[in-house]
Write a protein that binds this ligand. Structure first.
Ligand code: 13P
Ligand code: SF4
Length: 312
């Protein structure tokens, strides 16, 4: 039996939903019930009636789905699929930092561990960070963690002075202005669209900055024919599907290829996805007290996002 047929058979038998991030390999995106950005994925996880969630993404995403669904089985095709941003904020170091600033509220980007979420007042994603930050009074003292690039970008947009944790996404932070300028010279009519996890110098050159979903929507509605894309290569699959007549050029991570792949996102394969669905492992497990504490700031994010019309 073909691998896709077996996945289709098992997902029905087990009442399973397959959630995939845009950075997954094309075959996984094509077989998923829902493909989206971190905000959309969290919302889908919060609303699903399925008995089992197969999360084709990285560990913090599957963990978020488990926190929202403690009684459901949540599997991640490869348990080693981590995230450099989440890893940049170890629990003990972050606790010490928060304790040093008792008068600060803590806004954490969803790309963090469940332990960091338990120490946060609210979670945000790149799709709602401005609105989440603006939900606090102008004079509120705020910590933003763990992505310093996204934090600096939001500080700039909102005129705030949030304290930033020193973390980065290794996939976005590696992109350079030199690589962008080289492509801009080669494609003078192209627009540069960038994810806010990129460095400030790259974002300053961009025509549009946004989450993966925002970049997709922009490239669909905008009338330009060529786009230089400063984010992970996986997004090109949907961009090209949505706008087959347009040309998308990824900003390469280095000289060796015309690509920029997240090594963690790309650990998931169709074979591992089938195995997770079939064997119901590797499954996400979390202590009850962590689930209870981490759930509050995620639910607060979903409430604010619904109020602002960012999700339905
Ligand atoms: P979004 O899809 O929420 O923009 O996040 C990008 C990312 O790096 C996910 O790990
Ligand atoms: Fe983490 Fe960056 Fe990979 Fe997203 S792209 S999972 S932020 S390392």
């Amino acid at each position: 039996m073909q691998i896709t047929d077996r996945i289709n058979q098992l997902r029905k038998e087990k009442n399973a939903i397959i959630l995939a991030h845009y950075y997954q390999v094309p075959e996984i995106q094509d077989i998923a019930d829902y493909v989206g950005d971190s905000l959309g994925l969290a919302q889908q996880a919060a609303q699903t009636k399925a008995d089992m969630i197969v999360f084709a993404g990285v560990h913090f995403m599957a963990e978020t789905a488990k926190i929202l669904n403690p009684d459901k089985l949540v599997v991640l095709p490869d348990m080693e699929a981590g995230c450099s941003l989440a890893a940049s904020a170890p629990e003990a170091d972050f606790r010490a930092f928060v304790e040093q600033h008792p008068d600060h509220k803590v806004i954490s980007y969803i790309n963090c561990t469940a332990a960091v979420k338990t120490m946060s007042d609210v979670i945000c994603t790149s799709g709602n960070a401005v609105q989440i930050v603006e939900s606090f009074p102008k004079d509120a003292k705020l910590i933003f963690a763990p992505d310093k690039n996204l934090g600096a970008y939001i500080n700039n947009i909102t005129g705030r002075d949030m304290l930033l944790w020193d973390g980065t996404c290794e996939v976005h932070d590696i992109l350079t202005t030199e690589a962008v300028i080289k492509l801009k010279t080669e494609y003078p009519d192209a627009k540069l669209i960038a994810h806010p996890e990129c460095k400030a110098a790259v974002l300053q050159l961009a025509d549009f900055v946004g989450s993966t979903t925002a970049l997709l929507n922009f490239s669909k509605k905008d009338t330009t024919q060529q786009y230089i894309v400063a984010t992970e290569s996986g997004i090109l699959h949907k961009m090209q599907q949505q706008s087959p007549e347009k040309e998308f050029i990824i900003v390469p991570a280095d000289e060796t290829c015309n690509c920029n792949d997240c090594p963690y996102m790309k650990m998931n394969t169709m074979e591992k996805l089938l195995s997770a669905l079939e064997n119901e492992t590797p499954a996400i497990e979390l202590p009850d007290d962590v689930i209870i504490k981490a759930r509050k700031p995620i639910e607060r994010m979903l409430e604010i996002s619904a109020k602002m019309g960012l999700i339905k």
